[in-house]
Design a protein around this ligand. Sequence first.
Ligand code: AMP
Ligand code: MG
Length: 326
Amino acid sequence: MKKLICLGIEGTAHTFGAAVVTDKKEILSDVRDMYTTEHGGIIPIEAAKHHRKLADGIVDKALKEANLSINEIDIISFSRAPGLAPCLLATRDKVVELAKKHNKKIIGVNHAVSHLTSGSLFTESKDPLYIYVSGANTQIIALIDKRFRILGETLDVGLGNALDKFGRRINLGFPSGPKIEELAKKGKYIELPYTIKGMDLAFSGIVTDAINKFKKGSKKEDLCYSIQETFFAMLTEVVERALAFTEKKQALLIGGVAANKRLIEMLNIMCKERNVEFYVVPLKYSGDQAVMISWQGILEYNAKRKDNLNVDIDDSERTDEVEVIW
Ligand code: AMP
Ligand code: MG
């Protein structure tokens, strides 16, 4: 049977990317460019300008790397939600323009859902409990009755941002996660608050307490070790309860914090004790990229879904609002 070839386009926030993927799980290209700032955070309008300016070049490069012309592309998928509205619009406009010009079918997909389903492209996992831990997100998710249900999540900031916030106050620079991991290797345990509410987690109070202890003279190394142990133990506890509740036999770690060896070790030990297979999405693909958008496009197209050229963006569509038809 002929292969289905999808050009995927990502542009929900800082990164604009294009990738070509086939339904045989071949990644033919993966091109990305990230909008950065000298000072401060992301300015949505500026990021959107970045996307509009670079889009054509990035799409051309993705086709070239895949050794294909646009005529050989079967469908174009793109991230239509959630994200920064100006960036979503820039991406949608580019995709609609391409589709009109070359007479292509398009599929708009949810970016967060694509992070989850990318596990079936990058790992052998099938129906895992998802542990999604990035800068801004901390969520424990399971597929139950055709929806990705959020079983537990952060009540304040994401785990990665909490580490960055602490790191900034002890002068580690951004991103602090990797530096905290290094310093923690030489640290000893100091007690910090442990805040789980039901299945949800809170990190901000712990960051405040650790900063106060630093001001009173506690060593950086000890605080780095202790904040990691505390955050990761909290996460592991909630994940373990979610595994007991859902009876899932696999777990999948996704997001930038998945780079942390200690976190992987703790989750691994717990999963082994419960006879649960543990997977980690490779670091190269744990951040924003278009490969996962292509893959999600293929899954939805094969499940007989497509969009028309009036497809709208949605800056806040949650993971559990998407019906899982694939
Ligand atoms: P993302 O939002 O998925 O792009 O991930 C970025 C976040 O991951 C930032 O908050 C980083 O501090 C964090 N991060 C990256 N590497 C590590 C690490 N080795 N340990 C802990 N956090 C990390
Ligand atoms: Mg993302």
